[in-house]
Design a binder for this molecule. Sequence first.
Ligand SMILES: Cc1cc2nc3c(=O)[nH]c(=O)nc-3n(C[C@H](O)[C@H](O)[C@H](O)COP(=O)(O)OP(=O)(O)OC[C@H]3O[C@@H](n4cnc5c(N)ncnc54)[C@H](O)[C@@H]3O)c2cc1C
Ligand code: SF4
Length: 569
Amino acid sequence: MSLNNNKENTYDAIVIGSGISGGYAAMELCKKGYKTLMLERGRMVEHGDYPTANDDPWDLINQNMLSQEEIKKHYPKQNRLNWWVRQDIKHWINKDDEYDYDEVERFDWIRGHHVGGRSIMWGRECYRWSDLDFEANKKDGYGVDWPIRYKDIEPWYDYVETFVGVCGQNEGLSQVPDGVFLPPFPLNCAEQFLREKVKEVYPDRVITPSRKAHLTEYNPEIHLGKRGQCQSRNRCSRGCPYGAYFSSQSATIPVAQDTGNLTIRANSIVSEILYNKETGKAYGVIIKDAISNEEIEINARIIFCNASTIGTTAILLNSRSESFPNGLGNVSGELGHNIMDHHYGMGASGSLPNMFLDKYYKGRKPGGFYIPRFTNTNTATKRNDYIRGFGYQGGAGRGSNIPDGLIGEELKNEIFKPGPWHIGMSAFAEMLPYHENKMFLNFDKRDKYGIPTITFDAKLRDNEFKLREHSIECAVEMLETIGCTNIQTYNNATAPGACIHEMGTARMGRDPKTSVLNKWNQMHEVPNVFVTDGACMTSSATQNPSITYMALTARAVDYADKQMKKGLF
Ligand SMILES: Cc1cc2nc3c(=O)[nH]c(=O)nc-3n(C[C@H](O)[C@H](O)[C@H](O)COP(=O)(O)OP(=O)(O)OC[C@H]3O[C@@H](n4cnc5c(N)ncnc54)[C@H](O)[C@@H]3O)c2cc1C
Ligand code: SF4
């Protein structure tokens, strides 16, 4: 059923981007009967089109590493952290020499342009946000107040978690609320030991199994799409042929396609959104066809922006008209500002001497443990040196056993034995929404498609550095509690972007004078344009954000549908 018309190049809805949030928006719109066009600037990737998914270690050249020459030529920014670009996943990562950007301050903008976006290679960690997060700006005065609270989004977390399939364990914590979970990947013996011992000494530090978008149990009536049960092979970021983790390819796109309402147009770079000042609404987009270089206008009643935080804001800033000379819906001047990310690269690790040496594990479970935020959660845990907080992701496993001084058969026998248990935890900390941290367009420097390039000017500040220090202290305390030896700490401050949780730049808020979007992710000034990717975020919290983008997206589509049924656009 089309709710609009049959004119060529005219749809009910346009969704810009096919990643985690774009896939969700398209699925929800299609399910509600809207003829939906999904525009993706990168190439088509069908489910199963994962070239390295079944490669074994010996199939990957250079032990899965890239040559220094290749890194220098193609990935000088993408690989700054020196771990992320590998042979098995390099086809999912943009080459810097094809898609460059500029920096006043270093910004590691890590991404891939293809259908599915980063839903293919994301880490799949899913944690709900709480009122500790939604009330934070109001309480401490950084940024503007979120226009929503946990109760507004709670049913939508239930809704998306049910479809996505998130495994995890309920813990009854208010700061990272429980959810609708599939059985967790259980903690191994060393992780369980950490959980029990830390709880005795620090009752507010909870070590819980990672909450991940993996089908540890598969229910064909709920987990629609091209999906099956997780086999614990931990090759997820190459793409999963079982469809066992949530991606656009395995989950949202097939469901949208089954409605008969979805059209996907790959190689279609949206350069701007078109605005009609007579109606006060957007009426379509301009795309550049990446193959033919043709410029095409496409029209729709409603537009969902899901090109990722930076991609969406770049399109909005480039959508200049007489009514909006500084970018679509940018009367507040906040578009591009308040950019955030989490910061990491700090934590601690240690060994468990002579413990659990008769204990092994099998399979390659794709998750370890999570420690939800435990500072500044109430008056008892309030800190005087910083505001907000941090959580940890970590895991324990047996190391290798490479004894000194042996050769031949003796050495061979020894190296087949597992080494001692090691345990490590890495903090993920909040970044405040500073107005000064921003991205902007350089209209004098255009890319090969004639679109203005992006410049970043954002950095960590005092509060972030204090959080880092305390997170290391707390990690050491926990490792000492279980008797770890050889405790090593690290504090390599990452630049914004490196945690790949970039947020902000078109924030939600109560006041159109200080924010871009209202409580429904709808532009204050252009009611038929919705932004439901990370650009909408008003603060960054400490939890990985993508499940929140999905919940906000499903909520916004539901609202937009009601508005459309009233004939408002
Ligand atoms: C290695 C890694 C690990 C991660 N781990 C986690 C995790 O554990 N938990 C978590 O919550 N998050 C994680 N993330 C972050 C997560 O991937 C992102 O938050 C999420 O993908 C954002 O969804 P999105 O829809 O906004 O953008 P994306 O998934 O990036 O999709 C955006 C799409 O829009 C397209 N696009 C951009 N510009 C245009 C344009 N002009 N025209 C048309 N199309 C355009 C892009 O090509 C892309 O396909 C991780 C990311 C990476 C890379
Ligand atoms: S661990 Fe699960 S989701 Fe990851 S590749 Fe294996 S089967 Fe797929």
